[in-house]
Design a binder for this molecule. Sequence first.
Ligand code: ATP
Length: 637
Amino acid sequence: MIARPPSELPTELSAFVATHFAGRASNPDRLIAESWYRSVHEHGLDPTQPASHVQLEQHEIRVHQEEHHDFLAIASQGVEGLSRRLNPAGFAVLLSDHRGITLDARLPGQHSPYADSGLVVGSCWDESLVGTNGIGTGLAACQPLIIHRDEHFFSSNAMLSCSVAPLFDAQGALMGCLNASCLNSGGPKQAQYLTLQLVSLYARLIENASFRQRYASCAMLTLGGDAGDLGNERLVALDATGRVLGANRAAFVATGQDRALMGEAVQDVLSMSLDELITLTHGGQRSASLRLAGGPALEVTLRMPATAARRARNERGLSVVPAEPTLEHLAGEDPGLQRSVQKLRRVLDRDISLLLTGETGTGKEAFARAIHQASVRATGPFVALNCAAIPESLIESELFGYRAGTFTGASRQGMKGKLEQANGGTLFLDEIGDMPAHLQTRLLRVLAERELVPLGGATPVSLNVQLVCATHRDLPAMVAAGEFREDLYYRLNGLTVRLPALRDRADRVGLIRRVLQREAGDEHVELTAEATERLTAYGWPGNVRQLINVLRCAVALADDGMIGLDCLPPEVMSVPNEQPPVAQSLETTRDAAEAALMQSTLEQHGGNVTSAARSLGINRATLYRKLHRYGLAALRT
Ligand SMILES: Nc1ncnc2c1ncn2[C@@H]1O[C@H](COP(=O)(O)OP(=O)(O)OP(=O)(O)O)[C@@H](O)[C@H]1O
């Protein structure tokens, strides 16, 4: 049967469909026809040929999931909820990253037919590889859609009907998509609309969970709508001064604004300052009714971060502690750090690259964020890239981006690299010592010329970025050993700030108290003298991050508001008090101690990397990387 394109298809597209898809039963709408067109003319695919299928190997899946660990963790509840509803009806539920590679797959009882169709973790559904399909086309079109049966580009996928919704982060960047697929659905495409509604609802819930997590330490406004419509929650995150740090998509629609809302003062959006909102909502304990310019009245609630809420209550409502710690908060009472912060403030906004050094968990990223907040670029983006956490082969495209059609498997519309994403703001390059040599040269050129030509692109993009780099490695030694470019080192190192290990901080006791206070929130919790002594003497290889985890757990275990020795984990109790002797090479000694600690912690946790990492206060990716570096094998995850 000849496909008859609907009349709204432009003539060229109609002719294309009639020529290439003459045998299809369905009448494609414009979105599908455009995807078919791209598949043929941009991706060079032929619908009469067999589809190629890319499936990652097990070890690649592990790396891929590690790389997307945070996204997976935040999305898994949504994936679980959706699959609980859809698996019994015969749908497979999949989560993919922004390149169309699946990260999670929940299949109905009968696994094999779904697995045979590639509905498994680690399969690549990028449109440029498999043509029109739910995940790939949903990502390419950046909108919810259904790809029903023979709307799939290749006939080998034509037994699938897929409903998909893209997922965006708080900055509007594509994180991935959520997809529900069924096999051999005999009904018409319209029969899938309800499934699409459900998938879109869960996609909103995942986006909102990600938004709340991203801005957990900030004041959060909810602009009421329909109380029963959870997927339509409108969220706006504010900094301590009442400036908009981020807003979810529903909030943009409700306020009739676009992304320019970022950095606006809340009174310009709601005609009310943050202080007035705090007063009106009694420090966030009640909702209030507000009218947006010319719009209907909205029920507004305000959630204050725990410490801010407490302080707002104590001081009758008007002042808030900063949502994200400032440089001064991070420096605490450590005189060396206080001096470093004074220097930092003097060089800010003068186009000087900053280098932060220190062991894992000493607060390098927290400092980088505080530097961003203290700079004139605070209303611009803060973009981070950890050079050690992603495979070497991906660093180049992640950092410099690529334009459409640069390589097979690349996303159709190209991708803005982190450098370009950070334009007008701050780029934080963590673990810069792990930057591969050939990319060091390219980075140096970009920094010197202040412009960037993405892979496959012809037009340079001019850059205005504050660069903050961090490393736990000894860069001068790497330069001496020829492992790091000397000229790049000097370009990055306008000012170096060394963040001391927790055990070396002069304000150790105060910092432990401050972190405890923050973790305890409104609860009244104290440390016994023995617990204080133990925590102060302990070596803290995971530094502040480890301290936070230990105290979070201790607060939960505390009886009658007292944290005693029994609330502390074995590693804090078992490692001797003495500091390692200063040897010829501090770094070698530190590495040896770190390797020994990691091995013993892994053994204590029966080889379970997740719980060993948690108890060390570092993330799984960092532990994997270090195990690899020290040649220690993980037993199981
Ligand atoms: N001075 C501080 N006061 C309170 N919290 C802090 C301080 N420094 C760091 N933190 C917290 O400790 C945790 C770890 O900090 P961060 O991620 O910045 O460390 P890092 O040096 O970048 O670690 P890595 O090298 O492993 O990436 C974060 O939750 C951060 O907010």
